[in-house]
Every structure is written in C-alpha cells, then in structure tokens.
Design a binder for this molecule. Structure first.
Ligand code: AMP
Length: 307
C-alpha cells in the first residue's frame, strides 16, 4: 500500500475488520477493529511495524491512512474485491464477560498471505489472532525470526486444534487469556494449565487476566504483573491485542528475547492496553503521544514499587 524505505523490524499478521460492539457504555456499529489493526497501531508506537492481512473494497480508506500516518507499513495488506471481515460482540455489565454475536470471515476465507520480500527478514513476528493455518502460512515465509509470539482464541482451540498445535510447536511465546488456557488444556488450575502449554512447544506462556493483570510462565518460573488501574473503561475490545502489540513493539525496539526482557516489555504492553480501553475501538490508541506514554509508564512503575 505505502512505500517505505526501511524494512519492518516487526511483522504482524491477524484480522483487520469492522466490529459492532455493545458495552454498558454504548453501542457502536462497524468501527475499525481486528487483532492486527490493534496490535499494529500499538506496536508502531515503539518499532517499525509491517502488517499482513486482507480487507475488502468496503474498508474505509481513512482507516488505512490513519495506520499509515502512525507509520504502519501496509505493503503486506491486500485490498481485494468483496466484504471485509466482520465481528460483533456484547459485554455484560461488569465488562468481564464477552459474548460473540457473529463472526463473518468474508475476504479472510480465501486469503493467501504473500509477504513483501523485505518483510521475510524481519527479526520479530507476531501471529495475532487469526486462523492458525494462516499463521503457519506466514511463518513458512519468514527467514529466521529471532522471536515469534502467537495469540489464539476459543474458536481455533475448538475447531482447528491440529493447526493450532502446529503453531505452538514453532513459536517461542504464546499469549492467551485464562479461559483459553483452561480450554486448551482441560486444566482449571492456571499454573497446571500453563505448564501443560509449555510442554506443547513454546518457551514462554503469557496468560492474560484482564483487569487482574498477566502472568508469564517460563521453565519453573512465574512472573506476575498488575494491569494499569483505570477509573473508566469504555470498551475492552482489543485490550489483549494492544497489550501484545505494545509488548512485541518494545521487544523489537530493544532487540531482546529473554524472559526478563519479555517481562519488561509486558509493562509497555499493559500501559498501551490501558490507553486502548479508554475509548471505543482504536480511537484512544491512535491518539497516544510518546510523552503521555512515558508519563503513564513512570506512574505504573511507581505503583508497582519500582522507580
Ligand atoms: P480482543 O478483545 O483482544 O480479544 O480482540 C478483539 C478483536 O478480535 C476484535 O477487533 C475482532 O475483530 C477480532 N476477532 C474476533 N473474532 C475473531 C476471529 N475469529 N479471528 C480473528 N479476529 C477476531
């Protein structure tokens, strides 16, 4: 889509679509969403990011311009005849529980990712939530990424488990929420579940617990991180994607891949996600300025007892 001189350090594949979301705060129809949209907007706050995905000709050009203005490299994004991916969900009163009302894969159903040559050499890869077969297709085109993180969801655990296991064998980090960790393993205890997932391939398992923060499991170690506390959440959609995008953007910027670097990058992810949930869709995320990111990070560290 746009011509950029610099190859991306981080490549993200995932959904880009139009969401209809009902939260206790409001109902919004057909706003820009999708795992890769949130993750790329978040990651590009920290590192040059290229996105791989597909939209139909009905996708708003203004949203593509918004991503390009943020510096997201869109050469891996295909615009094809047909309808864009659509998803709709409803949140319950406490916003903890979300119910999917409908999912239309539309142009994603026939999508074959084709990576621009310079994307293939990117050292960091984030396989955001999308069909695991598409995640594998992108993985197969990459030269030798230093760090690969994958996300997934209940739908793929239930319907394409074999493909998902292929992904898990080939990534170093997997991120999933607590109910997905339980669903994937059949274990209710999160420590037992995470250890079972470690045996499926990844070196690190990152369990997201919404407003209760996140946990990183590696070897026999467990690290805990709180969420950034907010007095007003309007729309939790994309919290996990912006968390993961911020994390991977930070990893790509610091060129690291150790568990302690992932833990530090999770702090960036937590703060990035806190901006995202303050407004519907990516409205707040798209407006974050580096100075406010810095202020919130310092405040978060103080709250966590770190200077
Ligand atoms: P999150 O709130 O982090 O779980 O992510 C929400 C985003 O995931 C929404 O913007 C949806 O468009 C997207 N999404 C929902 N279902 C799917 C799916 N089956 N595949 C890919 N993306 C999805």
């Amino acid at each position: 889509m746009n011509a950029r001189a610099n190859p991306p350090r981080l490549v993200i594949v995932g959904s880009i679509g139009l969401d209809t979301i009902q939260t206790p705060a409001a109902l919004r129809t057909e706003i820009v969403g999708g795992s890769a949209a949130y993750a790329a907007m978040a990651a590009s706050l920290f590192a040059p990011t290229g996105v791989v995905g597909v939209v139909g000709t009905d996708f708003p050009r203004s949203a593509l311009r918004r991503m390009a203005r943020r510096g997201v490299d869109l050469r891996g994004l295909q615009v094809v005849p047909g309808r864009t991916f659509r998803w709709s969900g409803v949140y319950e009163e406490n916003m903890d529980v979300r119910r999917t009302v409908s999912t239309e894969l539309n142009v994603f159903a026939d999508f074959r990712p084709e990576l621009p040559p310079d994307y293939r050499a990117a050292p960091y890869l984030f396989l955001a939530n999308i069909a695991p077969a598409l995640q594998v297709c992108v993985l197969d085109q990459m030269a030798a990424p230093k760090l690969i993180m994958a996300d997934t969801m209940d739908l793929w655990i239930r319907e394409t488990r074999k493909d998902l296991m292929n992904v898990l064998r080939r990534v170093q980090v997997v991120t999933l929420n607590e109910s997905e960790a339980r669903h994937l393993t059949g274990e209710h205890n999160l420590v037992v579940a995470a250890r079972a997932i470690l045996r499926m391939g990844p070196r690190m398992v990152l369990v997201k617990k919404g407003e209760h923060g996140s946990m990183l499991f590696h070897g026999k170690e467990i690290d805990l991180l709180p969420a950034y506390p907010l007095d007003r959440v309007r729309d939790p959609t994309g919290a996990g994607d912006s968390f993961a995008g911020g994390l991977m953007g930070r990893m790509a910027a610091t060129r690291s891949r150790t568990p302690s670097a992932v833990l530090e990058a999770m702090r960036y992810g937590s703060v990035t996600a806190s901006f995202n949930v303050e407004a519907f869709g990516w409205d707040r995320l798209a407006r974050v300025r580096p100075a406010e990111m810095g202020r919130r990070l310092r405040r978060y560290r103080r709250m966590c007892g770190r200077s």
